[in-house]
Design a protein around this ligand. Structure first.
Ligand code: MG
Length: 125
């Protein structure tokens, strides 16, 4: 199971279509973008109010509605995550980041940008 699968089960019971093909043109995509915005605001309020319990709730709700958005658009989140993780990890050299004199983290030669098109299955091999 994954977070995305958990939300898929919820959405199926709630009669919300799960998209297997990539699309932005669904009512659920509009709905889930609204929900992401609402949950973000709740999370921000929790942080401003120094409320750790509400913050944890808000962060988890955000993950939930983000997975709902992925399901509404046909995005296989794990595939995109793996690509972004690999890109971020490529910033390390010998397990460390390289910073310039001002403390900015620099991109080493090993760095590569995430290939999101590929992760979405949009590149034919
Ligand atoms: Mg909430």
């Amino acid at each position: 199971m994954s977070y995305q699968n958990d939300v898929e089960v919820f959405m199926k019971i709630g009669s919300q279509p799960i998209q297997k093909e990539l699309t932005l043109d669904t009512d659920e995509a509009k709905l889930y973008m609204k929900l992401i915005s609402e949950e973000y605001k709740e999370t921000l309020d929790a942080f401003k109010n120094n409320d750790l319990i509400e913050l944890a709730d808000g962060l988890t709700d955000m993950v939930w509605v983000i997975m709902g958005m992925c399901n509404s658009c046909g995005i296989q989140f794990d595939n995109v995550w793996k690509e972004v993780r690999a890109s971020n990890m490529s910033k390390f050299v010998d397990g460390k980041v390289i910073k310039n004199d001002y403390g900015k983290i620099m991109k080493p030669k090993s760095y590569f940008k995430p290939n999101i098109k590929n992760a979405l299955g949009l590149v034919k091999t």
